[in-house]
Ligand binder design. Structure first.
Ligand SMILES: O=C(O)CCC(=O)C(=O)O
Ligand SMILES: [Fe+2]
Length: 328
């Protein structure tokens, strides 16, 4: 049976603190609710300093002749890479970030007009993973699936169209980029052309995958050593395409190495493997465990596009896919 993202989220019952972000503008000290206990996992000693990185997450040119091999290798080793030459105009990315900045700069009572409903998946609110943790995160987000109109009208009753147009354009670009990358990754896994065609032409094609856009804001934090921007998690769908502004904060966990920073590369987009891709690659691609650390002096923004199939069960129609998943 088909299950949409919003259906999955529908029946969750949440406390207000798991929906409503802190009014960050009014706090001067880290409240106890947001002070995480320092375990080994979070201590600075456990982080790698930039100049001690054993190797860095690969930056791959999407137009490179050996792009399939490069992406396959990166996903097997890291579950992540950064992509350049991706045909998403930097002016569009800048516009999205500018709109995000404008949204999160609104007064708290205005932002609350677009608050995500307890059973909803879209709108303004805390990270959806927050009910899994006893402490709260130094983060506020805004989620868009399809049109942003309904929530944008509540934020800017008379000037919401521009926001919606920019988000629509960006979602379209992200979807086609994600699709392109997905095909390259399937190729690197040995899914033949015929099955790729099948996946793309059936009524439940991967091309009709759902995408959700997540605007993330990490305000400046009075005590970043004890706070967490986004707690360690994996993304659940096939792929995530992420833009981060020029401020460090994203880290991935590497077995035997620890938390490794993902440095911002101007113009590049980060691509990371999600749980579904991990599963359909028969665990050849690791799903990436990642977190975000807030910054004391600079406000960090990121734009994540989560991409995944509407009907994951449609994969059963593809013979080589099935053998890829179940026989290897
Ligand atoms: O802000 C970031 O760099 C990461 C965001 C993220 O992991 C997410 O939205 O799931
Ligand atoms: Fe994530």
């Amino acid at each position: 049976m088909a299950t949409s993202l919003s259906q999955v989220f529908r029946d969750t019952h949440l406390q207000p603190k798991h929906i409503i972000p802190l009014d960050f503008d009014t706090v001067r000290e880290l409240p106890d609710s947001h002070a995480w206990i320092q375990t080994d996992d979070f201590s600075c000693a456990y982080q790698i300093r930039m100049n001690e990185l054993p190797t860095t997450i690969p930056v791959i040119d999407l137009q490179a002749p050996n792009v399939v091999e490069l992406m396959g290798n990166a996903c097997r080793r890291w579950g992540m890479f950064q992509v350049t030459n991706h045909d998403v105009p930097s002016s569009l990315v800048d516009e999205v970030v500018e709109h995000a900045r404008r949204l999160f700069a609104l007064p708290a009572e205005q932002k609350l007009k677009a608050l995500r409903s307890p059973s909803g998946a879209t709108g303004y609110g805390v990270a959806r993973i927050s009910p899994f943790f006893s402490k709260l995160m130094w983060h506020e987000g805004f989620t868009i699936m399809g049109s942003a109109g309904e929530h944008a009208k509540q934020l800017w009753p008379h000037h919401y169209e521009d926001f919606c147009d920019v988000m629509d354009n960006y979602q379209k670009k992200m979807k086609s980029l994600a699709y392109k990358i997905l095909l390259l990754l399937l190729k690197s896994l040995g899914v033949d052309e015929e099955d790729q065609q099948l996946l793309c032409s059936s009524s439940a094609s991967l091309y009709q995958s759902e995408s959700a856009l997540q605007l993330n804001s990490y305000p400046t934090c009075p005590n970043p050593n004890r706070a967490v921007g986004l707690a360690p998690h994996t993304d659940s769908l096939l792929l995530t395409i992420l833009h981060q502004n020029d401020i460090n904060g994203l880290q991935i966990f590497q077995e035997g190495i620890g938390w490794t920073p993902v440095p911002p590369v101007p113009g590049a987009l980060i691509v990371n493997i999600g749980d579904l891709m991990h599963i359909i690659s028969n665990a050849r691609f690791p799903t990436v465990y990642h977190r975000v650390i807030p910054n004391e002096t600079r406000h960090r923004f990121s734009i994540a596009c989560f991409y995944g199939p509407r009907l994951i069960l449609s994969l059963h129609h593809c013979p080589s896919f099935r053998s890829l998943v179940f026989d290897l």
